[in-house]
Design a protein around this ligand. Structure first.
Ligand code: CMC
Length: 421
């Protein structure tokens, strides 16, 4: 069978044949037919916006791999910083590369004092930590003269290092401000996730429980990248104008903030709390089917099968509950999952639990307030955003992102004076 597609423009009879590679054909074929012909693809359902080596996702089969490595193996055996290196460099580091990378990240965790004293202190006491995080990431770029040198690979690497190293510091700072606690400085003797937990929770004597440190590590690994999702696409689009990576990452984080994206974990806990108990699950599912709301943490644009990250997170939840005690909302979540997965509404639409369905339960058991959940997603996603930003800038096929539109407004008409409208 030929691996090609032939498109005929019936208006002119012109035909063009182009190759199909990996299920994709170049839409430049349309321009060959007629340079003013465009695909109408709202929400990019049928568009591959780039070529990428970073993450492989097969939504039908429930497969997720970073650099070819199955997510299950990375979650079991790797660390977040090793995964970040893999995303950015395409290969796992050897021991020398890993210790150099970990050392570099660890020694860039501090942020300028003005960020805390002048910038963060200016927020209203009830500011949402994710809103603070987004603004703080953008503001951070103003501290580094080289942040705009996006064409210089060395300057780029410095910004990548800073953003990955400082993301947990900013996140913890926003949280401590929001609860009125003094900020804890980074502790360079601790691992990436342990340092974050320490900055979050240290009041007097505090030692990070290694089981919770590992759970945080696993959650960071699972959230590190997910190919061309809404936030990553925002990162690539902003980066395509050669804006600095801090501004691009702030834009990506803003996209993540929405409840249909990374904000879903917060929405799941609100939903489970509203449901309250197992007896209320059937009525809630009926209300979703009647179109009165969505079952948050269910469904995915790409996964039409169980999200492999949800499988790992569900297991990690039990590991955390062994330390913290069971989250009382777990039983509601399990009943909800069981009810939905046996209901034809969800079966027919291939709606399964996604990464956000169980992550909020762990975060809540770890004492994080709901408002911090999306921030917890943004910290590790920083490495994915930056890997895509770098790949985009290095890709000779890419230029500034500038889609076209299908104009559907009025034809030319003459201006009407105010009195005559
Ligand atoms: N609950 C009830 N019905 C749903 C849901 C849901 N969670 N998700 C999709 N549907 C229905 C939808 O109403 C539609 O039905 P119909 O064909 O009768 O109109 C059908 O399934 C297809 O939905 P869609 O909105 O066209 O699908 P999409 O690919 O545009 O949306 C989604 C994907 C993730 C935005 C959506 O499934 C959703 O809103 N889920 C809840 C929010 C959520 O959990 N988001 C986290 C996503 S994973 C992490 C991340 O991306 O950050």
């Amino acid at each position: 069978m030929p691996e090609t597609i032939t498109i005929t423009d019936d208006r002119t009879g012109k035909t063009v044949t182009v190759p199909i590679e990996g299920g994709v054909f170049p839409s430049s074929a349309l321009r060959e037919l007629d340079p003013s012909l465009y695909c109408y693809d709202p929400a990019y359902l049928s568009t591959a916006s780039c070529k990428s080596d970073i993450t492989y996702l097969d939504g039908g089969a429930g497969i997720l791999r970073y650099g070819g490595y199955p997510i299950e193996q990375l979650a079991e055996k790797s660390t977040y910083l090793e995964v970040a290196y893999l995303l950015l460099n395409g290969e796992l580091p050897n021991s020398e590369q890993l210790s150099g990378w970990v050392d570099d990240v660890t020694h860039h965790t501090f942020i300028h004092e003005n960020m805390r004293k002048r910038f963060v202190d200016g927020f209203h006491f009830s500011a949402h930590p994710m809103g603070m995080f987004i603004s703080a990431v953008a503001a951070l770029g103003t501290f580094y003269g080289g942040s705009k040198d996006v064409e210089d690979p060395e300057a780029r690497n410095r910004q990548i290092l800073r953003l990955i190293a400082k993301a947990p510091t900013i996140a913890a700072m926003c949280y401590r401000f929001s609860v009125g606690l003094p900020f804890n400085l980074p502790d360079n003797n601790l691992s990436y996730p342990a340092n974050f937990l320490n900055m979050m929770w240290k009041v007097g004597d505090y030692e990070v429980d290694p089981r919770l440190e590992r759970a945080m590590e696993v959650l960071f690994i699972l959230h590190a990248d997910h190919e061309q999702n809404c936030g990553t696409t925002a990162m690539r689009i902003i980066g395509s104008s050669h804006a600095d990576p801090y501004s691009a990452a702030a834009g990506a984080a803003a996209a993540l903030y929405g409840p249909l994206h990374g904000g879903a974990n917060e929405a799941v806990i609100r939903m489970l709390t509203d449901i309250g108990s197992i007896e209320n699950v059937p009525a809630f599912v009926e209300s979703v089917k009647a179109g009165e709301g969505r079952l948050m943490g269910f469904g995915h644009r790409v996964y039409k099968n169980y999200d492999p990250r949800a499988v790992i997170i569900k297991k990690a939840a039990y590991d955390v509950f062994e330390v913290t005690g069971k989250n009382p909302l777990l039983d509601v979540a399990l009943a909800l999952e069981e009810t939905a997965l046996s209901d034809s509404y969800f079966i027919d639409r291939k709606l399964y639990p996604n990464v956000d369905f169980y992550s909020g339960l762990i975060y809540q058991a770890l004492n994080f307030p709901k408002e911090m959940f999306t921030v917890l997603f943004a910290i590790p996603r920083m490495s994915g955003w930056l890997a895509h930003w770098q790949e985009h800038l290095n890709d000779p096929a890419q230029r500034i992102s500038r889609p076209r539109q299908w104009y559907s407004g009025p034809d030319k008409r003459d201006y009407v004076a105010l009195d005559n409208r």
